[in-house]
Design a protein around this ligand. Sequence first.
Ligand SMILES: *[C@@H]1O[C@H](CO)[C@@H](O)[C@H](O)[C@H]1NC(C)=O
Ligand SMILES: *[C@@H]1O[C@H](CO)[C@@H](O)[C@H](O)[C@H]1NC(C)=O
Length: 249
Amino acid sequence: MLTTGCLIVLLTVGSYAILPLPHYIKACVTTDATFVECALQHGNEAIPYIVKGDRSYKIMKMDPMNIAEIQVRNGPRQAGLFLTMRDLELHGLKNAVLLKSDFNFDKRHFSHNFQVPLVRLTGKYSVSGKVLLLPIFGNGDMNVTMVNNTLSYSYDWDLKQMGDYRHMILKNSKAEIKPSRAFIHLSNLFDGDKLLGNQINGFLTENWQELFRDIGPTVAGAISEAVTSVVNGISKEVPYDDIFPASLP
Ligand SMILES: *[C@@H]1O[C@H](CO)[C@@H](O)[C@H](O)[C@H]1NC(C)=O
Ligand SMILES: *[C@@H]1O[C@H](CO)[C@@H](O)[C@H](O)[C@H]1NC(C)=O
């Protein structure tokens, strides 16, 4: 009995179950002259499905996407702004358009550039400190609207033999997001003083680039993590040679 149990465990550990590509991702033949165009087209066709998440490939939902917290620490300690955003939802990645992909198979480095028309970040905030030399305080609902975003995502990868197949293993993934403009709205500033609240929201929006120095990397980090879960989720289950076939069967 015991021996059979051990044998079964060993067999399960020793062989890797593989999956085909998800039905919404179509492979392109890497040796074709049109490989890059094909990948761009198939990539764009897959986006609406990918953002919904897929348990079979351990792909997390990306629209909306949850972000636990973003901290903005702006200005010197005594006269600065301390803004904490919590329980955030990021909306809008479902409308991402893949504009350009670079596949360097020799250096094992891929990069992708997207345009995202509108990204909206909603959640709770609390703020204290000073803005325009005025004391600022408040907590409540917030939203940040980011217009016309360029989003880049890149990564390196290794190949690892797992059982009978080669699999891609990701490393050094990076993302960056840059809006052309962002609007910031904190509701219920100064315990609901509308006049003062509007004035400060106007000021924050005018100076969105300063705030975005802190917000941008956290948002990009969350997106990078999510996109990495997609690539990793698929490449762990699907052999490299099925994702990037040198010829079609
Ligand atoms: C987002 O902010 C705008 C002001 O820029 C406000 O009118 C709107 O109600 C807010 N939306 C949400 C969902 O909080
Ligand atoms: C959108 O962003 C791109 C890239 O940053 C820029 O070239 C373009 O002018 C922007 N369009 C608008 C309407 O802001």
